[in-house]
Design a protein around this ligand. Sequence first.
Ligand code: GDP
Length: 189
Amino acid sequence: MLSAMAAEQFPRAEVTEIAFLGRSNVGKSSLLNALVGEKAARVSQTPGRTRAINFFSLQDEKQRPRLMFADLPGYGYAKISKSISAEWPKFIEPYLEQRDTLELCICLVDSNIEPQPSDAQLFEWLRAAGRKFVVVATKVDRLSGNERTRNLAALKKGLEVEQILALSAKTGYGVRELWGLIEEAGIRD
Ligand code: GDP
């Protein structure tokens, strides 16, 4: 019932979609701004107070739909009880399971914070669901070179991921590389 209702609220699936996921305050809005700025138009929003999915449509130079970005609600906020954060993947399940055009999940983790169980839980879920994802470590401008190396290694180990892309929405570091991954996902056969 929930899944059927939720799926109907999504905009028409016609172009490659990229989803952005991460704990609250990880820097997701800042990254989306750094990636698209004014270029994307918000096309729709699934209902439900703070737990909405925001869809952004990106167009090519001829104004044809080219890519869709889906901004998924933040999870694991410290003030919310553990049970609610455990519930989060369930809320988002209909989207992650059913969205045919979803080609890549961009999962954000804060490079300044030690590996979080809620992130590990999400990655486990995505692996089991067979969803392709990349992990991006945000706010690296706050770290010295040594700290960056150390924290990224700790995140890889703690979250059991092989690659993490270091990024700063503030300085733009890593944004071009992330665009490269997005463009790659957009080339479908
Ligand atoms: P969201 O809740 O995930 O959408 O996170 P926001 O984009 O609102 O960012 C949360 C906080 O982190 C804000 O105070 C931002 O200014 C800060 N922030 C986000 N990205 C960066 C970054 O690349 N560098 C630094 N130093 N701060 C950042």
